[in-house]
Design a protein around this ligand. Structure first.
Ligand code: MN3
Length: 214
């Protein structure tokens, strides 16, 4: 019952020119795979934890044995975050959001352009490695933009990651070098709004088991 890296749902080069094939290959096959390998290694002596989902492990880190807590936080986070990341992107994606996510953005931020600017700004300002997120608060209509360091998941804060962008240098450095804001801007061209709407709907209809007990 070991954790596994799912294959990319598109070709390595499918997100060109916005994300280059070499970055995708390294990011998916090496970085994501390493998180999964290290997560499985951490759980080796705790068989009871091996049947839990990554989200369940992250939901209450204080319940994780202390000797593997940091490993689960970093590598479980790395696995869950990247599993989301590959799916919320697609070739020929982007454009203006439609459907429920468009409504949520309009309600909370006024318009898509202002939302994008705030999201990009939070991503640019995240010091060092991390993620920028649009998160939902369970049992409320509230959404907010947050950033987290390293591979920390919003799930560990009791928040649902509607979607997020990876601002680790490994996500953009080969193509964009140190120009993170340029990557953040370009990334909107590969966003998969259909998948994001599905995540939003499952969250709103309380079909998110990893947050159900909060
Ligand atoms: Mn990454």
């Amino acid at each position: 019952m070991a954790f596994e890296v799912s294959p990319l749902p598109y070709d390595y080069s499918a997100l060109e020119p916005f994300i280059d094939a070499q970055t995708m290959r390294l990011h998916h096959d090496m970085h994501h795979a390493a998180y999964v390998k290290n997560l499985n290694a951490a759980l080796e002596k705790y068989p009871a934890l091996q049947s839990k989902s990554g989200e369940e492990l992250l939901r209450d880190l204080s319940a994780i044995p202390e000797d593997i807590r940091t490993a689960v936080r970093n590598n479980g986070g790395g696995h869950v975050n990247h599993s989301m990341f590959w799916k919320i992107m697609k070739p020929k994606g982007g454009g203006a959001p439609a459907g429920p996510i468009a409504e949520v953005i309009k309600q909370a931020f006024g318009n898509f352009t202002d939302f994008q600017a705030k999201f990009n700004d939070a991503g640019a300002k995240q010091f060092g490695s991390g993620w920028v997120w649009l998160v939902g608060k369970p049992r409320s209509a509230e959404v907010q933009i947050i950033s987290t360091p390293n591979q920390d998941s919003p799930i560990s804060q009791g928040l649902f990651p509607i979607f997020g962008n990876d601002v680790w240098e490994h996500a953009y450095y080969l193509k964009y070098n140190n120009r993170r804001p340029e990557y953040l801007q370009a990334w909107w061209n590969v966003v998969n709004w259909d998948e994001i709407n599905q995540r939003l709907e499952s969250f709103k209809s309380h079909q998110v088991p990893e947050l159900a007990s909060r």
